[in-house]
Write a protein that binds this ligand. Structure first.
Ligand code: NAG
Ligand code: NAG
Length: 906
């Protein structure tokens, strides 16, 4: 929601609102002392070497002392560990350093499972090891780590010699020059605007360079308002990609500036190979990219003249302000393997309740309890589905979370009951800042039990946020976690119920009067960690507390949480959205690459505020936004308090009809979304995917990020420009591929196509070879669709075959997990026969059945169809061929989806 940059000129006054992103509020690399310092390293002069005489081996890895030939005081240890699934972990830390160095504590999904390491060779100059298909060759001097998948070199670490590790040290006396830090004026204390960073522990930055031979592109590093493929930084003044969770008002497009989330994973893609690096660090991080394809004209001329040609390759250099160095090498070999390797480390989204995949209606703010009731009633009157109503900060009593405004929301229980009795849910906002007001129980408890983040001198830290003067809960303190989760109990958070869910916002954390609108880095968390060390992980710490609270409150329901700040591992607890976007075409367009990037970073459950948060979208933009947003996993409309009301029922009938169609298309595909989330949870594949995920060999797809694959069966190319009469869409898979236009089931071959569009037109295709399960009966909400029958869309490929899956359960509880109460079906179509079979030996007494099968690309001349199943025996079915829609419909198979069956066309 809720961001307008408010600049407190005096501690007690909230004054100006600014109209667009004020870049001056945020640092450039040059303004950040460690980034500036590390970027001055010269290539190919690495002083680091491994002393292999100190080698210590065990079953899963080895460690050795790492030295700096120019700096005797640096006493480091490098450890390499083999991790199950063709992953290596490399850790570099100080031996008996002056201070401990932080490793993120919430991001990993448990301790990664170590794998057995085999030594291939060993001398005083190098060591080579292997685990599964992954191999590493470590050269001692200068330090170089080469990683292979089988015999294929996939990544070289410190190949450019840009590794760096600033060990903790005592401050040199005046006039003495530190050989590593040189004379950087920001190393021991740093100012930015009016803010001072005291840096009590001094400089502590780390960096490493990764080369990816053969790579054409690199992807990852969400979150940025940018394209999917990462661009070469440095040249043309482009700053490195910055990962530092920040509350950036009306963030810019085509920008490497940090915004709300920071996920330090990259994937380097070549036709032969995909490799990932997960840089496991929660401090401020900058990442330089150098792609050989972007090499300047001069060097290509030189190459031309000298006859040499640079083989494609990409350099990526991570630079972090503090913390231990730890990175994971995900050796692939395909995009799918690398993304799954990342998921094996950081976890997956648990299957959401079905309602969470429906449409969410939000606004800052619904004025009062009657407003909530009226809005839902209008959706019903206008036959538009909606599942969830949202309340932003104004529902509270004076921005005191866990309370209700006594006038506008005087009967929350009654309001919630009215809403949820129709199957709808409510989501309310809870931010991590706590109003410093005497008598407010959360504040008093936090003071009494010592639950707040502290200043560097030990007092409670105070910052400015929505309530005015605020303090911030320190979720690193186990006592805070314990206390916080109880706040969500029905006894404490009165007026809520098992159908009320939570939105954690402003948790970067946003501090209106802090440096870069966040917390000072020298603020201290439990355990003595500086905010500098944990910053990017803070929002994750809050959602873990919320998740635990909701599980305790409603142990039989899968929690729904939305968070704005996010880090690696957030997916285990919450969905995200792209924050406070703008009602502009560019922001609609950016929502697709931004969420695709998040999906590669493990966070599939992503969406953007439909219509744009700031400003008023025109009617064309609003319609296109609905038509596009239905193809992102999280689907919510939201708007700033100063915007005009824009609920879909407020528009003329033709506009309403287009939005209604979009909503219905979303709801029709809920079985597909739900199945994909199940497969995400059990197999680690992202729910939405960029084209290169399935087609890495096709150079044409590497820069396409206006197109979303939903699973591997639906391709959506949303219209993201005004006044379009046609759009270009690239259908991958070359000439043998068939793609069916959802509009009229016309079949297209792979390649570029120009599709004429009207305002009504969705540009969406089903892949030939897939079977898409749908529920086509229009309903008011997902919740009331649970027993509705399915229509299977069988889209035939060139060999007249197709396959697909369908997953169902009770759509809300954990019984699918605890008691295997679900049904997971595989459908296969070949030789004119559709067969279903159960993938897992499970049962769930679902009432869902199949009411229709629609075959796209069906041979003509089919005269009938015959169903066979155990309970129904053999039954003749009615068929009809629709020549306008080029499809064959089989009517009323009437078979339960629990039961294996065949339908033969003859
Ligand atoms: C980028 O890589 C090219 C070689 O591909 C190299 O010549 C150039 O110096 C690199 N640029 C930077 C800024 O490191
Ligand atoms: C709940 O619904 C009843 C019946 O329509 C209505 O009278 C009441 O005002 C509603 N309560 C709230 C808080 O909206």
């Amino acid at each position: 929601m809720t961001r307008r940059v408010i600049v407190p000129l005096l501690a007690l006054s909230l004054l100006t609102t600014i109209l667009a992103v004020d870049k001056n509020n945020f640092k450039t690399c040059e303004q950040s002392s460690f980034c500036r310092r590390l970027r001055k390293y010269e290539q190919n002069k690495s002083p680091y070497y491994l002393d292999l005489s100190t080698l210590e081996l065990d079953n899963n890895g080895f460690s050795a002392s790492l030295k700096n030939s120019e700096l005797e005081a640096a006493n480091l240890k490098l450890t390499l560990t083999a991790i199950a699934g063709n992953i290596f972990k490399v850790t570099v830390d100080e031996v008996q350093g002056l201070h401990p160095r932080y490793k993120p504590q919430f991001s990993l999904n448990g301790e990664p499972q170590a794998a057995k390491l085999e030594i291939l060779g060993r001398s005083s100059e190098s060591i080579s090891v292997k685990a599964g298909d992954a191999k590493a060759v470590i050269t001692a001097k200068p330090l170089k780590l080469e990683f292979y998948h089988k015999e294929h070199l996939v990544s070289v670490v410190n190949g450019k010699g840009l590794f760096g590790f600033e060990h903790y040290r005592t401050k040199p006396a005046d006039g003495e020059k530190d050989p590593q830090i040189q004379d950087d004026p920001g190393a021991w204390e740093e100012n930015f605007k009016s803010h001072h960073d005291s840096k009590p522990k001094g400089p502590s930055a780390i960096a490493a360079d990764f080369n990816f031979p053969g790579a054409r592109r690199v992807y990852g590093l969400p979150e940025h308002g940018d394209r999917l493929a990462l661009r070469t930084t440095g040249s043309g003044g482009l700053d490195p990609y910055r990962l530092y969770n920040l509350d950036v008002f009306e963030y810019e497009m085509d920008s490497t500036m940090a915004i709300y989330g920071g996920i330090p994973v990259v994937y380097a893609v070549s036709p032969e190979h995909t490799t990932g690096i997960f840089w496991h660090n929660a401090a401020e991080t900058w990442v330089d990219i150098n792609n050989s394809k972007d090499g300047n004209v001069v060097s290509s001329l030189v190459n031309l003249v000298s006859g040499s040609k640079t083989d494609p390759n990409v350099d990526v250099r991570f630079m972090s302000e503090s913390g231990a160095m730890e990175f994971f090498v995900l050796t692939g070999p395909t995009p799918k393997d690398a993304v799954k390797q990342y998921a094996s480390l950081t976890g997956v989204h648990g299957l959401p309740q079905l309602f969470a995949l429906g449409y969410h209606q939000s606004r800052w703010n619904y004025n009062d309890q009657d407003d909530v009731t009226t809005v839902v009633a209008k959706f019903d009157q206008n036959n538009m589905p909606v599942d969830v109503m949202w309340l932003d900060i104004e529902y509270t009593d004076g921005k005191k979370y866990f309370t209700w405004d006594p006038i506008k929301f005087s009967q929350p229980e009654n309001m919630v009951n009215n809403l949820t009795s129709t199957g709808r849910k409510l989501v309310v906002i809870i931010d991590p800042h706590i109003k410093r007001e005497g008598g407010y129980f959360v504040h008093e408890d936090a003071l009494n039990y010592d639950l707040y983040v502290k200043n560097k001198d030990g007092g409670v830290y105070e910052g400015w946020c929505w309530p005015g003067s605020s303090s911030y809960l320190d979720f690193y303190n186990p006592a805070t976690m314990d206390y916080y989760k109880k706040l969500y109990s029905l006894e404490t958070f009165k007026g809520t119920s098992h159908d009320v869910w939570i939105w954690n916002d402003m948790n970067e954390p946003s501090v209106f009067n802090g440096p870069e609108i966040t917390m000072p880095k020298d603020v201290v968390h439990y355990g003595g960690w500086e905010h500098r060390d944990i910053h990017n992980e803070y929002p994750l710490s809050q959602v873990i507390g919320t998740y635990r609270g909701l599980i305790d409150r409603s142990p039989h329901r899968r929690p729904f949480i939305l968070t704005r700040g996010h880090f690696s591992g957030t997916q285990r607890y919450a969905a995200i959205w792209t924050g406070d976007n703008d009602a502009k075409w560019s922001h609609l367009a950016a929502s697709f690459p931004m969420c695709l990037s998040e999906a590669l970073g493990g966070i599939s459950f992503c969406g953007a505020d439909v219509g744009g948060f700031f400003n008023n979208p025109d009617v064309e933009l609003l319609q296109r936004w609905y038509q596009g947003a239905i193809w992102l996993p999280f689907f919510r409309a939201h708007a700033h308090i100063d915007t005009r009301r824009r609920e879909p029922f407020l528009f003329p009938e033709d506009v309403m009809a287009r939005i209604r169609n979009a909503l219905r298309l979303r709801y029709a595909h809920l079985p597909l979304w739900y199945t994909l989330f199940w497969e995400h949870e059990t197999q680690g594949e992202p729910v939405i995917r960029p084209l290169f995920y399935h087609y890495p060999q096709d150079d044409n797809v590497l820069d396409i990020d206006d197109t979303v694959l939903v699973g591997h069966s639906v391709l959506a190319r949303p219209v993201t420009d005004p006044g379009e009469s046609s759009v270009k869409v690239y259908l991958p898979g070359e000439s043998k591929a068939i793609w069916y236009d959802l509009e009229d089931f016309r079949a297209y071959q792979g390649g570029i196509h120009t599709i004429p569009v009207t305002l009504d037109r969705h540009v969406v295709f089903y892949r030939g070879g897939s079977i898409v399960p749908r529920k086509d009966r229009p309903r008011r909400s997902a919740t009331v669709m649970r027993n509705d029958p399915f229509t299977l869309y069988v889209a035939l490929d060139s060999s007249k075959s197709a396959s697909g899956t369908l997953y169902v359960d009770d759509y809300e509880s954990f019984e699918y997990k605890n008691d295997k109460k679900y049904v997971y079906v595989h459908f296969n179509y070949e030789n004119n026969k559709l067969t279903s079979s159960l993938i897992d030996k499970t049962d769930y007494p679902t009432k869902e059945w199949i009411e229709r099968v629609v075959v796209l690309g069906a041979p003509k001349g089919i005269k009938g169809a015959r169903l066979t199943s155990k309970s129904l025996g053999t039954v003749e079915l009615e068929t009809s061929y629709d020549s306008e829609f080029r499809s064959l419909t089989v009517r009323k198979p009437g078979v339960s989806i629990r039961e294996p069956f065949t339908i033969e066309l003859y």
